[in-house]
Design a protein around this ligand. Structure first.
Ligand code: SAM
Length: 238
């Protein structure tokens, strides 16, 4: 299914995330030994959100990254979009327990057709989402469109480690993660799709190329998590 295209892929991804929404955060914490929170913090820092500006998080899921943005923007506003309603409902319930959550708005929307005016955000973030969209370049084009000139996009995504860790990572990802998915979430299929989608996706240099193709400039990236995660940054031309 990781190879599916267009509307078929979108339907599959939306349904799958809808199914796992209640256990999604727990499974992330277990799979990454809690490092996912640190990676999201690095993504927020890379996006350079102004303290009083407006930020967008694309594929926000349970809004963990939107929350991290709002923490870093004490006078700002954050919008998180996602097309899987159960993920947003879960995120909304968590945000309701935090005063700063009032500065975060969650919107049901498609990353390929963002319902916002051109240039309406100071920065855009996205985490673990672009490998799931039907058209990566089109998704970055939309992010670029809604960014103000000079604003940054920061993208966090799983990547294949090129080091000696590659085979170990492959075993962990292809064998242990689906097993944990079955035991913790009761959904081995979703956690089989996860490694498949990561292996079928662009490597870090190609992802940088997709960002450039979408019109972003000053694109660069670095690896986190022993090379298992890539953090890309690009900007809308000033
Ligand atoms: C792996 S989750 C990541 C959630 C969150 N960003 C995080 O860091 O945990 C991917 C999310 O992207 C969303 N997504 C995938 N394709 C999308 C699209 N075309 N439009 C909107 N959301 C999308 C899914 O519904 C899912 O919630």
């Amino acid at each position: 299914m990781a190879q599916a295209r267009g509307e078929e892929k979108a339907r599959y991804v939306r349904t799958m995330f809808g199914r796992i929404a209640t256990r999604y955060d727990l499974m992330n914490t277990l799979m990454t030994a809690g490092l996912d929170a640190r990676w999201r913090a690095a993504t927020v820092a890379a996006a350079c959100p102004p303290a009083g500006g407006r930020a967008l998080d694309v594929g926000t899921g349970t809004a963990r990254l939107a929350w991290a943005l709002a923490t870093r923007m004490p006078h700002g506003r954050v919008v998180g979009i996602d097309f899987a309603e159960p993920m947003l409902r879960r995120g909304q319930a968590d945000l309701a327990r935090w005063a700063g959550g009032r500065r975060v708005e969650l919107v049901l929307a498609d990353a390929l057709a963002l319902p916002f005016r051109d240039g309406s955000f100071d920065c855009v973030t996205t985490a673990f989402t672009v490998r799931n969209v039907a058209d990566v370049v089109a998704a970055f084009r939309e992010m670029r469109r809604v960014l103000r000139p000079g604003g940054r996009v920061a993208c966090l995504e799983i990547t294949r480690p090129r080091s000696a860790l590659g085979p170990l990572f492959q075993w962990y990802f292809r064998c242990l993660v689906p097993l944990a998915g079955r035991l913790v979430v009761g959904d081995a299929e979703a956690y089989t799709y996860l490694p498949e989608s990561a292996y079928a996706f662009l490597d870090a240099p190609r992802l940088a190329g997709a960002m450039r193709q979408a019109g972003l400039v000053n694109v660069r990236y670095r690896f986190l998590g022993l090379g298992t995660v890539a953090l890309h940054v690009g900007a809308r031309p000033a």
